[in-house]
Design a protein around this ligand. Structure first.
Ligand code: ADQ
Length: 734
């Protein structure tokens, strides 16, 4: 059917072209043939006249009328000569052939269907008269019609032949394309396209595989029953799939920080998306979390093995602290991780800084954590969950010490394209380190694609695009997207929205009806805080009626404050907020309420409930959990989320007002739309987003990753058994 449709697309234009051609060409050819026949008649007439010239002269001179008749009658036997006549000098008809047409005289007028030619008869310079020759032209019309018909038939035949040939070629090409595409799809991607692949299909090879893989991932996401993902399900999955296997988490940031304060030791939870995401998993699996002990009272709260049970109120797992010197922290954490890798992976127009001394500390600290993993492992094959870009080298280091370990790493930030990543002086070492993982997860398929392309560019590996695996040095790393999320707050007692609105407005000395937008971030240049404040400024310039009736509460947790870039960001944010507050000064409330501080969980939850709008304007963000936390908090189904298109979250939360944060005007418009959005629309959008966040929660994120790890673990165990059987068999044979 398809080739037939393609043929039709070809035949219609062909019919038009040939038809048009025939319309122009047929009259032209007709005229040409007519002229050609007439010229032929004239030549014949001339020939006949000259052959009759001498005998006619003799017969006229002798006035032999019978002789002339006889001569004329013999001459008109020629198929085209109809009649002959001789006219004397005075123009009288003297002799004619038999059947001479009545209307034809000596005046040279020819009736229809006849062509008359006259030839003067002279003797010794004396004119005796003229020979009148009438030729039949009806055959010209006949022949011309015949010729036109033949020509028309020829065009029709030509059309049929070309159409048939075209249809056959379309069919043949279609079959060929289908064969090529099928063989491309069946092909092992690591071997590249098959030899006989037509050149036009070669560039398609990678794209087709990537597309299929994305479809597979999406189908998988749709097929698993998301509603079922709860802490209980995760716990029973860990029990069923990883029964008895030890789970170790490695991250830089610890989930609980003990601080020495005047009133004694306090426990603080850091503002970190990573901690927010991994904590529920650890609660569910009671493993060991290895992290940098960064709190001022951390050393006094651990046991002799540097361990402490957490959460403090209801201990569920062990926190093992690793100590770093100031130089190590400076080089590994602030230097290589946050001045090098962080800007390298985020497109926020801050140049990465790479120092050899930082790199050396990064290697040392990765080694220190790898040793801690080995020390904490009860068996030779634990499940190790490595978190984030601080530990790109650790997976290979652990793999060398515990070859049977299942090492899963989640990269919480975006992965850049190969060109951007290529500027890192230690790019090969980082990639080799990451390929020590059994499973490597990113937030989106796009980050996975970037990673695979980067590996392909800088290392000699074998990549299976369909299976999304990379084989390097005989080891296999699976690369998959696992969009991170939050724990859906089912068990928490929900805070009352009306109460939260009242409390927060009281606290900020705002009138009860004051409209409030909320920004919650670590104070980081990737979060687009400056652009957010600029959007508010623009909004108030465009809608001065909102001055004194609307404010943005920006809660920014201080982060990496010892770095110049972060200090200048803080100064810039403070200055801008001040400026906007001056420009739109009013007696009711400043437009920007800037709080550069860390809010505890409950206070933050209250802010989410009290706000009319939540603004997430990151310039680039792996996922962004604030967006999901806001949605989870809104059990009243009201409130609007403004979300940057450059966040991983924008790929899931389609009912948010998606904006380009660089476009300040657009941000201002979205803000105005949010503040004036009818409740019914808010409800519709919020309800839909809430069902996404509820179903695709953090238990699902961890569950899918652990399920994949369990599958790979089983496969590895089977392979090991096969190897050990074949080794035993070989020994027996020897
Ligand atoms: P972050 O860059 O830290 O995370 P995000 O995902 O938004 O970004 O998480 C921030 C977390 O810190 C949230 O849980 C939020 O509640 C909390 N937080 C922010 N400001 C706070 C404040 N002032 N007081 C208290 N808490 C605050 C990295 C990546 C993200 C990715 C996460 C998880 O950069 O893209 O979504 O990891 O993988």
């Amino acid at each position: 059917m398809r080739p037939f449709q393609i043929s039709l697309r070809f035949i219609f234009p062909l019919a038009l072209v040939i038809g048009g051609f025939a319309l122009v060409i047929l009259p032209l050819v007709d005229e040409l043939t007519q002229r050609w026949f007439l010229r032929d008649l004239d030549a014949r007439a001339e020939l006949l006249a000259s052959s009759l010239d001498a005998p006619l002269l003799d017969l006229v001179t002798l006035q032999d009328a019978d002789g002339v008749h006889d001569l004329f009658d013999r001459s008109v036997r020629d198929a085209h000569v109809r009649a002959l006549a001789f006219c004397d000098v005075s123009g009288r008809l003297q002799y004619t052939s038999s059947g001479f047409p009545g209307g034809l005289g000596c005046q040279g007028r020819a009736p229809a269907g006849l062509r008359v030619t006259e030839s003067v008869l002279e003797q010794d310079g004396l004119t005796l008269g003229k020979l009148v020759l009438a030729q039949d032209t009806s055959f010209i019309e006949r022949r011309s019609n015949e010729f036109r018909n033949y020509l028309f038939a020829l065009f029709v035949l030509m059309f049929i032949a070309i159409s048939a040939l075209g249809a056959w070629m379309a069919h043949w090409s279609w079959q060929g394309w289908m064969r090529s595409i099928k063989s491309l799809l069946k092909r092992d991607p690591a071997r590249g396209p098959p030899m006989n692949t037509p050149p036009e299909f070669r560039p398609l090879f990678g794209d087709l595989r990537a597309m299929l893989h994305e479809m597979h991932v999406e189908r998988r996401a749709r097929q698993d029953s998301p509603q079922a993902w709860t802490p209980e399900k995760l716990r029973s999955l860990l029990h069923d799939e990883l029964a008895g296997d030890q789970v170790l988490v490695v991250s830089n940031r610890e989930p609980y920080i003990h601080e020495q304060r005047e009133q004694g030791i306090v426990v603080r939870r850091p503002a970190s998306g990573l901690v927010t995401a991994v904590e529920p998993v650890m609660r569910a699996c009671s493993g060991t979390w290895i992290a940098h002990g960064s709190g001022s009272a951390d050393r006094v709260t651990v046991d002799a093995q540097d361990r402490v049970s957490v959460p403090p109120k209801r201990p569920a797992y062990t926190l093992r602290r690793v100590w770093l010197s100031e130089d190590e922290e400076q080089g590994y954490y602030y230097g290589f991780s946050n001045e090098g890798l962080w800007p390298l992976c985020h497109m926020a127009h801050v140049r990465p800084v790479f120092r050899t001394s930082d790199w050396e500390q990064y290697v040392t600290v990765n080694q220190r954590f790898a040793e801690a993993v080995v020390a904490e492992a009860h068996s030779d094959d634990p499940v190790v969950l490595v978190q984030d870009y601080h530990f790109a080298l650790l997976p290979r280091m652990v793999r060398e010490r515990l070859p049977k370990a299942t090492i899963i790493m989640f990269w919480h930030i975006p992965w850049p394209n190969p060109e951007s990543f290529g500027i890192c002086p230690w790019r090969e070492e980082l990639l080799e380190g990451l390929l020590g993982n059994t499973l490597l997860g990113f937030h989106t398929p796009f980050h996975c694609k970037n990673f695979i392309e980067t590996v392909d560019r800088y290392l000699e590996t074998r990549i299976e695009h369909e299976a999304s695996t990379i084989s390097y040095g005989g080891e296999l790393t699976q690369v998959e997207p696992y969009p991170i999320s939050i724990a859906w707050p089912e068990t928490e007692v929900p805070l009352d929205v009306v109460q939260c609105r009242r409390d927060l407005r009281d606290e900020l000395s705002l009138p009860p009806a004051h409209q409030l937008a909320l920004g919650v971030d670590r104070l980081d240049y990737t979060k687009g805080i400056v652009e957010r404040i600029q959007a508010v400024d623009r909004l108030l310039t465009l809608h001065p009626e909102l001055v004194g009736r609307f404010s943005l509460l920006q809660v920014a947790a201080p982060s990496r404050s010892s770095l110049d870039e972060y200090q200048s960001l803080e100064a810039r944010v403070r200055k801008l907020a001040l400026q906007v507050n001056q420009d739109h000064a009013n007696p009711v409330a400043p437009p920007i309420l800037l709080r550069i501080e860390h809010f505890d969980e409950e206070r933050l939850a209250c802010c989410y409930r009290a706000a009319d709008v939540c603004m997430v304007t990151s310039l680039h963000d792996g996922m962004n959990l604030v967006a999901k936390e806001f949605i989870a908090a809104r059990d009243d189904e009201l409130g609007v989320l403004i979300l940057s298109q450059f966040t991983g979250a924008a790929r899931e939360l389609h009912e948010a007002l998606i904006i380009n944060p660089y476009h300040i005007e657009q941000g201002a418009q979205a803000l105005y739309r949010s503040l004036t959005m009818p409740e019914a629309e808010q409800r519709e959008r919020m309800r839909s987003m809430r069902s996404v966040v509820r179903d695709f929660n953090v238990y699902r994120w961890a569950g899918l990753m652990l399920l994949d790890a369990a599958r790979l673990r089983r496969r590895q165990r089977v392979t090991e058994k096969i190897h050990s059987h074949s080794r035993q068999g070989l020994r027996r044979t020897i």
